[in-house]
Design a protein around this ligand. Structure first.
Ligand code: GDP
Length: 456
């Protein structure tokens, strides 16, 4: 394999920058471009040398650096590796990368270092995927769940299920190869027991994905309500209460903005419908259509009504919108009401959780996040002692394996010949092997690593 190089630190200016080299020629390239202060030429793994990076053609000094050495197989990629710790300026790092390339390295593709770690057998595919998840984590919980996956908890589970299946496969093969021995019934029992056990384990794994999805993708909440009900004020009050605006970015629905907050370590994306209201001033119908689009996209709707005014036609549209959706009703502007609040029966008849607030005085706001925690059982999500499937690709493969398990069970019940049952069982092995990468096509591998950043 070629020797690859890339800038591994994020683009932009920083205190230090790291240029990575991996492959057979890594030390050879370093020898050409690096003049250590200490002339001792011995290379030891896990050590640093201090010196200058030069352009060997001109002898020009490019930067003062520290170079770390990793001797194969004790490196990220299991190949010889060096990391040049330079000053973190774009030009400096670019210059150093260029001399690496001029002296025998090739520019790494995105994710190529991690791909090599996988191809060289240091980590399996699900562990490699967890590395992207660690990098992209938005919350502590997400990064912790991904770290557990990197440590191999999911891989071990998948491997143990595969082993359970392979052990029984041996009996099946014997049964197929030596039909004259009367072992069929014993084999059938064994297969049946194995399939039941595997089914149970796969269902358990599959069920962790609901929490896994929440940990990874968070919960999408849309605030809906007629103009002036208090949507923007509520959004501001919520964000203030949580004091955790992480970012503001364009939402998946046209013209929508998403605000990100964090409740108990779970990312909550609030879809800000402010932009939609502006559009709806022009053509009312578009506004309603877009609210519906947003409602379909959200995991939870917060419907807000102005309690100081009577329910009108526009409110009725909101009521229709949330009727069959997971939603909370918020009655806003309680500060304007003096006597006891009479809730309109068209609202109370919806049988949804009703929270009375004043977005202006912040009264009752904390009840909203509490309700979200209860509805999605956020405080029951425990990442410490269980494997959580967070990756959609893994979930789909677990479902596929579960299907194959059911098919094998049906074939067995219908007294199909053992070689037919064996085909279904091999399918389970293949589906699971695709998770860990033991049984996966090159296209899928390339697709997965293309999602990585350069230098990882
Ligand atoms: P939106 O159109 O639904 O986003 O509503 P806004 O949040 O822009 O609020 C409309 C108006 O109602 C603004 O003048 C707010 O100051 C006011 N408002 C919002 N919430 C409250 C509240 O709880 N009490 C009172 N008295 N006024 C509020």
């Amino acid at each position: 394999m070629s020797t690859i190089a890339a800038i591994s630190t994020a683009p932009g200016v920083g205190g230090i920058g790291i240029i990575r080299l991996s492959g057979e020629k890594a030390f050879n390239i370093i020898e050409k471009i690096f003049i250590p202060k200490n002339k001792n030429k011995e290379i030891k793994g896990y050590t640093f040398k201090y010196g200058n990076i030069i352009n060997p053609k001109t002898n020009e000094v490019l930067d003062e650096v520290l170079v770390s050495y990793f001797i194969k197989p004790h490196s990220y990629t299991m190949e010889n590796m060096c990391e040049i710790n330079s000053h973190g300026g774009n030009i400096v790092m670019q210059n150093i990368l260029e001399v690496c390339l001029e002296n025998g390295a090739e520019l790494a593709e995105p994710g190529e270092f991690t791909k090599r770690a996988f191809l060289n057998g240091r980590i399996d595919l699900s562990q490699a995927e967890s590395i992207i998840d660690i990098i992209n984590s938005k919350t502590k919980k997400e990064s912790k769940a991904s770290l557990k996956q990197l440590e191999g908890f999911l891989s071990k589970k998948i491997k143990s299920i595969r082993k359970e299946i392979m052990d029984v496969m041996v009996d099946i093969e014997a049964d197929i190869d030596y039909p004259e021995y009367d072992i069929e019934e014993i084999t059938e029992n064994k297969v049946d027991n194995m399939l039941k056990a595997v089914e149970k384990e796969l269902i358990n794994l599959k069920n962790t994905f609901d929490n896994g999805k929440i940990i990874k993708d968070g919960i999408k909440v849309a605030i809906v309500g007629k103009p002036n009900a208090g949507k923007s004020s509520l959004l501001n009050a919520l964000l203030k209460e949580e004091r955790a605006i992480v970012s503001k970015y364009k939402g998946t629905t046209r013209d929508s903005i998403e605000e990100l907050m964090n409740i108990d370590g779970i990312p909550i994306k609030i879809i800000d419908t402010a932009g939609i209201r502006e559009a709806s001033d022009e053509i009312e119908k578009i506004g309603i259509k877009r609210s519906k689009e947003i409602a379909d996209n959200a995991d939870l709707l917060i419907a807000i009504f102005d309690i100081s005014a009577n329910i009108d036609e526009e409110d009725m549209e909101i009521i229709d919108l949330i009727r069959d959706k997971k939603s909370i009703i918020v009655l806003n502007k309680i500060d304007l009401i003096e006597e006891n609040i009479n809730i309109d029966s068209r609202i109370s008849d919806l049988n949804k959780k009703i929270i009375k607030i004043s977005a202006l005085t912040q009264d009752g706001i904390e009840k909203i996040s509490k309700t979200i925690v209860e509805m999605f059982k956020i405080n029951e999500i425990n990442i410490d002692d269980e494997i959580i499937v967070t990756n959609t690709r893994h979930k789909n493969l677990i479902n596929k394996a579960l299907n194959s398990t059911e098919n094998a069970q049906i074939s067995l019940e219908n007294k199909m010949p053992m070689d037919i049952v064996a085909i279904e069982i091999k399918n389970i092995l293949e589906d699971l092997g695709e998770i860990t990468g033991e049984d996966v096509s090159e296209n899928i591998i390339n697709e997965i690593f293309a999602k990585f950043c350069l230098g990882k």
